[in-house]
Structures are given as C-alpha cells and as structure tokens.
Write a protein that binds this ligand. Structure first.
Ligand SMILES: Cc1ncc(COP(=O)(O)O)c(C=O)c1O
Length: 500
C-alpha cells in the first residue's frame, strides 16, 4: 500500500516535471526561450520520410560509382543553417549528430561565410601548399592565433595533419621514434638499423607496441586500426599488430551514485594495464605508448573518472611509455571545456593530444621531447591545410565572444536532466543516461529498438547517431542551446511514447 502510494507520488511528480499529461503529449519546457542563434531556423520541417525520393534517386546514381551502404540521405548544404541540416527533398532536421560530431558552430555560420568573402583570404582558400616544405609567410602567426591559443597544458608545439586517423598514425610514429632514441641514448641510427628497416626487420623496425583499450576507436589506417576495438566491421580482413589491449572501465551510471563500485572497476582495469606493460616487455614488445580517449565515443560513450586518468598517466610515466590522449571526438568544446582532459585537473595531462573534427584541421600537440628529430620522419604532402586554420581562428573567436563553452555546459545540463527524466518515464526502453557538456548518450533496450528509434526520430525531424551496441549519442554543435534541448526532448518523448 505504502509502496504503491510512493510509486504514484513519484509518477505524479515526474509528470509534473515533464509536464506530461498522457503518453504522446508534448513535453513543455518551462525554460525554452526562443533560439538565440541568429542564423538558425525556428524548428524542424518535414516534407517526406527520410530518405525521400530525390535522396533515393541520388543514392542509386552514386551506387554505380561507390558503395553507398552507409549513406543516410543527400544534403542541401546551401539551405542548411545553424542547428539544422536540410536534405535534397526539402526536409529540415535538427542536427544532433553534426557530421559525426565535426561541425563546431553550426551550418553556414555568418562569421565563416564572411571569411570567404574577404579578398585577403582568397589565396589561402585557392592554393593548398605542401606545408612541410613550402609554408606561406603567415603560417607561424596563424598557428599561434588558432591552434596554439588553445594548446593543452604543458604543450607549445603542434603538428597539423589532415584527418583524425592521419593525426593518430603520425602521433604513434612520434612515440616510437622518441622511445627508440631513448633506448639508444642518442638519435643516430646504426648501419644495421638503416638496412634492416628497409626489409621490415628489427632492429630498424623494432618490436615495439602501443597499448590501447577494449572498445576504443582511434581510426581506420593500419596502425590506428591495431588500436581500434569498437566494432569488427572496421577490422575484418585487415592484418594487424599483436599489441596489448587493456579493459576499459565499464562504469555504472549516474556516476555519483556508484562511486565505490566504479572505483573498484577502475582499479581492476589499471591493474590489468600494469600487468600488460610488464608482460609485453617480457615478450620483447615493450609498450612505447598508451593511447586512450577521454570518453570512449564510437565504442559506446564509456566514461572513466579523473582519478582513473591520473593513475593511468602515472603508470605511463613509471614505465617510460608515452601517454597519448585522443581528443579527436571529445576536443573542441563539446564537453564544456576546450579539451575533455581539462576535466581531470592536471598540469601535465599527456605527452600527446591528437585532434580533428571540431578543430576543422587534424593534428596533434606534443611535448618538446616528442618532436621528430629529423625532417621527413613525420611528413606528408599537405600536412594539414592553412585554410582550415583560418576558419578555426574564427571559430575560436566565436566560441570566446559568445561564451560557447559556458553555453555548452548549460545546455548539456538541461539535456542530461531531460534524459534522466525520460529514462525514469520509460525504464523499459532507456537506461544509463550519461554525459559531460552536450557530449551525452543513453542506452536503448536493444540494438533493433535503438535503430528503429533513430529512424523514427529522423522522420520527425531530429538527427541522432548511434554508438556502441545499443547507445544513442548526442553530438550537437556548440550553438545547440537550451531551446534546442527542449525541442529535441519533446520530439524524443513522442517517439518513445509511440514505442511504449
Ligand atoms: C576518437 C577518435 N579518434 C580517431 C578518429 C578517426 O578520425 P577520422 O575519421 O577523421 O580518421 C575518430 C573518428 O571518429 C575518433 O572518434
């Protein structure tokens, strides 16, 4: 009797919180001021189901040229604005996936369009240099005002690259080069080093390894792929390195309700890391570097505590391994700080921090000692693109001018609270709501339901992404305000109510 009363009271207070009177009714926000994003649309507008007829026709056309299995629909980027992606059938969707988390300040931001119309920028936009040999006059200045202005603590050097994988691939090479020079005690290779490396043999190609974590995603090039363990489809049929793989903590959420259990789980994983480092040394394949995401993204939005990362950093130091933090997906402000590792509160968080996506250019920051000692060791034709640094400078100006990191923290809280409430409302469908800033996720009861929900939400004008086995990940741009959060929660509630 008492327990049913409590349950009823709980349901009532929940209804009040959600302002839901019956399933399917609109979630009405008490704090949903009109959008403050000047170049935004006012809401989604759907004309067809997605993909619509024009998208289907184009997919067929492209199918004669490429594999189109992953294509969702075709886009009209001219008409897309702010938080809204418009497709070729005229559907306008609230984009909470933003090109796999890579649009920093929304579509067609006026500040970025203005850069395009400035005649002083034309040569940067038109001429893509081979940066490693022929950089433009303003390159050091532009790097300083863009990437170096947000350099992680303890790092004043940055190497630009093209994409996330290419950044990680070269960061691994930098760790190997650093490690071998440490082992040699100098940086002059022997004749044997030089001849053996030409036929892929030791000592020139040494038996070194990178330790990564189960569930991680670091890219799809061959070295990166050896450290990627999120989904079999990425790895199937591709030869790989025999490198150590440690368990990533599998935490319970909300984190503050399970501190004891989670600390035990993290301690278990850290112990395993040390064991693996010792074992691999004994096997003659010492660990030159450890690579980790601050939040495992593609692998299912798996979090770990600042204490876990601090301990891991110390383990790397103790065993002489480089510590590489892959911020390709977490970097650029989405967690409410420019870098997710800032949440750990460390002065010396890493030896290498790689980035791409919201930073527009790929690359990695590194400690001085990880600077390659000779030219052409870390090198490719383009080594980034100065036009991307130009855009990035302006993105950073907008972030500062509009306090977007604070805004992200604010809308992230509203998003996570909304997810907690919906999770209480739909316990048979939703669980494990989690997040930092707007970098949030929630689990769905099973993979098939997750996929159906993603499609239903899209047909109602909300674009979301999946990750892990059965999670939905939220990856809006930094101009996703509380107004958009409530807009999304309303639609998500409708989708869930239909699923009940
Ligand atoms: C954490 C992380 N590292 C690396 C990559 C690879 O980046 P790219 O797809 O640009 O090669 C990704 C891509 O999603 C990522 O999320």
């Amino acid at each position: 009797m008492a327990s049913s009363l409590i349950r009823r009271q709980f349901a009532l207070s929940l209804q009040k919180n959600l302002r839901l009177s019956a399933p399917g009714c609109r979630y009405v926000s008490k704090a949903a001021p009109k959008t403050q994003v000047e170049f935004d649309y006012s809401g989604p507008s759907m004309k067809t189901s997605v993909p619509g007829p024009r998208s289907q026709e184009l997919t067929k056309q492209l199918g004669h040229i490429q594999n189109v299995g992953a294509i969702n629909f075709f886009c009209n980027y001219e008409e897309s604005r702010g938080n809204y992606l418009v497709d070729v059938d005229g559907n306008r969707m609230l984009d909470i996936y933003t090109q796999i988390s890579s649009i920093p300040i929304g579509y067609n931001h006026p500040a970025l369009l203005k850069l395009m119309s400035n005649p002083h920028n034309l040569s940067t936009l038109v001429n893509r240099p081979a940066l490693g040999i022929l950089p433009p006059e303003n390159f050091p200045e532009k790097l300083t005002e863009s990437l170096l202005s947000v350099a992680p603590s303890g790092m004043s050097r940055v190497q630009t690259m093209a994409c996330g994988s290419c950044s990680n691939e070269n960061a691994y090479k930098a760790m190997f080069i650093w490690y071998r020079n440490k082992e040699r005690g100098h940086n002059t290779p022997s004749d044997e080093d030089l001849s053996s490396c030409m036929v892929n043999q030791a000592p020139g190609c040494p038996e070194l390894s990178i330790l990564s974590f189960m569930g991680s995603f670091h890219g799809r090039t061959m070295g990166c792929l050896a450290t990627t363990h999120s989904k079999a489809i990425h790895k199937l049929d591709v030869p790989s390195f025999d490198w150590p793989i440690a368990p990533f903590p599998r935490l319970q959420y909300p984190l503050d309700e399970y501190t004891r259990e989670n600390a035990q789980e993290e301690a278990r994983c850290l112990e395993e890391v040390e064991d693996l480092i010792v074992k691999w040394r004994q096997r003659g394949k010492p660990v030159a570097g450890i690579v980790i995401e601050p939040i495992q993204a593609e692998g299912g939005d798996n979090h770990a505590s600042p204490d876990f990362f601090k301990s891991l950093r110390n383990i790397a130091r103790k065993h002489g391994c480089g510590f590489h933090v892959d911020e390709v997906q977490t970097g650029g402000g989405t967690t409410g700080k420019m870098w997710a590792h800032e949440h750990w509160g460390m002065d010396d968080p890493a030896d290498i921090v790689s980035f791409s996506k919201k930073l527009l250019t790929g690359g990695y920051y590194h400690k001085d000692e990880l600077q390659a000692d000779k030219p052409y060791r870390i090198f490719n034709t383009w080594m980034g693109d100065p036009s991307k640094n130009l855009f990035l400078s302006e993105v950073l100006n907008v972030i500062r001018r509009e306090n977007l990191l604070e805004e992200v923290t604010h809308s992230g809280k509203a998003l996570l609270n909304g997810l907690y409430e919906l999770q209480a409302q739909y316990p048979g469908i939703l669980s494990r709501a989690r997040g930092q800033g707007t970098f949030c996720a929630i689990d769905i009861c099973d993979d098939a339901t997750r996929n159906r929900i993603l499609i239903k939400a899209r047909d109602k004008g909300v674009l979301l992404g999946g990750c892990g086995d059965r999670s939905i990940r939220f990856r809006p741009s930094l101009v996703f305000k509380e107004y958009h959060v409530h807009l999304f929660l309303n639609i998500f509630n409708d989708v869930l109510a239909q699923h009940k």
